[in-house]
Write a protein of this length. Sequence first.
Length: 295
Amino acid sequence: MTATVIDGKASAARLREKIAAYTAELKAKHNLQPGLATVLVGKDPASEVYVRNKRKTAEAIGFKSVHVELPADVTQAELLSHVKALCADTSVHGILVQLPLPKHLDEAAVLDALDPAKDVDALTPTNAGLLLSGRAHLVSCTPAGVMLLLKEYAGDIAGKEALVIGRSLLFGKPAAQLLLAANATVTMAHSRSRDLPGLARRADILVAAIGKPEFVKGDWVKPGATVIDVGINRVDAGEGKTKLVGDVDYESAKAVAGAITPVPGGVGAMTIICLMHNTLIAACAQHGLPLPKAL
Ligand code: NAP
């Protein structure tokens, strides 16, 4: 048996079309243009690429894009004053502060300064709490993307065993909440979990967000399971080249799984478009308009 390859690029392209159409409608009917602000501190090359792609996508969809670029040695007070100004700007509906911030800055204090209504990465305690209460409009982008892929490829997941490996605020914790809300039986694993292969072998839905290249092996996968690989790891490909791999050993897992996300082209493809979807939701919510559904 070989698994169905989950095509994140195709799903992302479909969602992008829907968002662009909805955005055009908002402009025509309500004279409303969703606005996304990105805040980049310092010159980390990976963060620069992420932010550039987010801005490009926002502009291509028809959003207003505002960008604030600050030097790596910016003070906490200066950064906070920029964040507060964006919170007060009514043409900005979503604010994304690219993380990680340089070490001298207090990330939690920056997140606390964000208006939860504009927190399109859904990292503020308010949005984390709303997710826990089942009342969130804004859900962390990568877990939201994973749920859309599961909806398309795994159908109804009620009653299924789901294992999430990784418990980060950005991915693992919100992903587990969303799976629980979709009525899966959820187990969360982390670096202190015992018998990870044994836990994985029970999972109908196996989600890996660890940050360790090809860590999850094919013989950990239950035959027919849906495998969601969130990891993005750059590894040596020989001859001075590098390549991206996930947290799952793709070839061995593909031979056992029912469906699997590739890296790249799986989960990663959904993240940026889910950020755009969150910006659209934020704009509608701030103007008392019906919230657009992703599917
Ligand atoms: P993170 O904050 O570093 O969290 C990693 C998690 O993995 C932690 O909970 C950690 O456990 C757990 N872990 C580490 N070693 C483990 C082990 N040996 N066994 C079991 N669990 C272990 O990472 P993250 O932000 O969630 O990201 C995880 C991966 O997803 C990274 O490769 C990242 O690049 C990728 N990612 C991709 C996207 C995307 O758009 N596709 C978005 C976000 C993240 P402890 O809590 O016990 O330390």
